[in-house]
Structure formats: structure tokens, C-alpha cells
Design a protein around this ligand. Structure first.
Ligand code: ADP
Ligand code: NI
Length: 231
């Protein structure tokens, strides 16, 4: 099997596994991360096969949908690649990326990460995954996830928490709007590569614009004759 054939077979396998999941974590999230990772690879370099396969497999067994089991993703990644006869070094590199991406909600700086998660390939796949949390798509995914867990859009009595423990993050019980402050607005400052940081700028601004508009409408400051937008 050529590398291209392995990538195509992996895409078909993952699509089969993820189709129909919650809209923020379905096959199309993985498809976008794959495409973004390819573009970042063209700008930043790195091994294309490792990057594409890790992007495709990064959420194959998302712990959120596996009763919190963080080991299912790497396990399934390894089993799949082996079943396709991939080279051991390729299996190892891709599995290591999937294993360390799955520690969610944590912004670990590079020195705190194990060696397998300090490669350019890891950096690009993580950046691609994080870019999908920003912009219009980031807004859509957040409310899709909030709908899935039954969260409120916003609740003025519940303030965003500044420091979220991984457990509190995973329980995901707060209003969806708090997630912007708890995580999404911080993403821009935790990207690994210059290309991803440039890419994030307009997506980050869009989040800020969305939050401003949301607050304006919540308080009725856009009513006729009132405030900045009143006619
Ligand atoms: P990853 O980017 O590693 O897949 P997550 O699965 O934690 O990270 O989050 C992916 C997306 O799901 C977030 O960008 C956000 O849109 C949505 N999401 C995750 N947790 C929450 C939450 N508690 N409230 C609202 N949206 C969330
Ligand atoms: Ni993802």
C-alpha cells in the first residue's frame, strides 16, 4: 500500500467511525483539521504522512464519547495502522501524537510535554485542531456541544471560571458562552507555530465581535433609539 493509499483508506475508516456524532466533533471536524494540517505543513514543513494520519486519527475515539477513557484513541490508532501494514516507525509517530493530543483542556508548554509531543508534526496537528475552535466554526461548534450536553446559551448568574481543572473542563456543565472566556479566547496565545498564529488573528477577532454583539442584544442595547446601534 502506498502512503497515499494509506491516507485515503484512513480517511474512509475515520469517516465511518465519526459520521453522525455531535456536530462539533463529527467527521467534518476531523476533515477540517486534516485540511488545515495539510496547509500548515505546506507553510511550516514536517513529515506529511505523519501529519495527515495523525490529523485524521486524532479524534477517532474521543474520550468525551468513550466514558472518559483517554487510552482508546491511541489504542485504536495503533491497531488500525498495524492492520494496514504501516511501517512501525510511522505507527509509533502517529500514535504518540494522538495519545498526547487527547489530554484535553490543558495548555501545557512545550518543556512539560513528553518528547513524542515536542515534534513539529505534533505542533502542527495541535495547531490545526485548535484553529477549528476559533472563528465562525468555533462559535457553531460551541453551541452544538452545548446543545448536546443541555447547557444554557448564557446565564448571567454563572460567571466564567478563571482556572479550570481538567475535571471541571471535561464535565462541561457551564453555559456555552462561558466556554469562550474559559478556553476559546485563550487559544490564540497557545499556538505552536507562526503560521497558525497569523491564521488565528481574524478568527480570534471574530470571536470578540460575536461576544460584543451577544452582550449588546442580551441587554437590548441594539433597541431602536438606544445605544450604539439604535435608530
Ligand atoms: P479538542 O479541540 O481537543 O477536540 P475539545 O473536545 O475539548 O477539544 O473541544 C472542542 C470544541 O468543543 C471546543 O472548541 C468547543 O467548541 C466545544 N466544547 C468543548 N467543551 C465545551 C464546553 N464545556 N462548552 C461548550 N463547548 C465546548
Ligand atoms: Ni479535534
Amino acid at each position: 500500500m502506498t502512503t497515499d493509499e494509506l491516507i485515503q483508506a484512513t480517511a474512509a475508516f475515520v469517516q465511518g467511525r465519526l459520521e453522525g456524532l455531535e456536530g462539533g466533533h463529527d467527521w467534518w471536524h476531523t476533515w477540517r483539521v486534516w485540511q488545515t494540517a495539510r496547509r500548515l505543513q505546506a507553510l511550516e514543513g514536517g513529515d506529511p504522512a505523519v501529519i495527515e494520519l495523525a490529523a485524521l486519527l486524532h479524534d477517532v475515539a474521543d474520550s468525551k464519547f468513550q466514558g472518559g477513557d483517554e487510552s482508546a484513541g491511541p489504542r485504536e490508532t495503533e491497531a488500525w495502522l498495524r492492520s494496514q501494514g504501516a511501517e512501525p516507525a510511522l505507527v509509533e509517530a502517529v500514535t504518540a501524537i494522538v495519545a498526547h493530543l487527547s489530554f484535553r483542556g490543558q495548555f501545557k508548554s512545550a518543556p512539560e510535554r513528553p518528547a513524542a509531543a515536542r515534534t513539529l508534526e505534533f505542533a502542527l496537528v495541535q495547531d490545526a485542531d485548535r484553529l477549528d475552535a476559533l472563528g465562525a466554526i468555533g462559535v457553531a461548534r460551541t453551541f452544538s456541544y452545548g446543545g448536546y450536553t443541555g447547557a444554557a446559551l448564557f446565564d448571567p448568574r454563572i460567571l466564567p471560571r478563571n482556572q479550570l481543572s481538567p475535571e471541571a473542563y471535561k464535565s462541561g456543565r457551564g453555559p456555552s458562552l462561558n466556554h469562550f472566556h474559559e478556553k476559546l479566547l485563550k487559544v490564540r496565545d497557545h499556538l505552536n507555530t507562526a503560521s497558525a498564529r497569523r491564521w488565528a488573528e481574524s478568527r480570534h477577532r471574530f470571536l470578540e465581535t460575536f461576544l460584543e454583539e451577544f452582550a449588546l442584544e442580551w441587554e437590548g442595547r441594539d433597541a431602536p433609539g438606544e445605544g450604539p446601534r439604535g435608530q
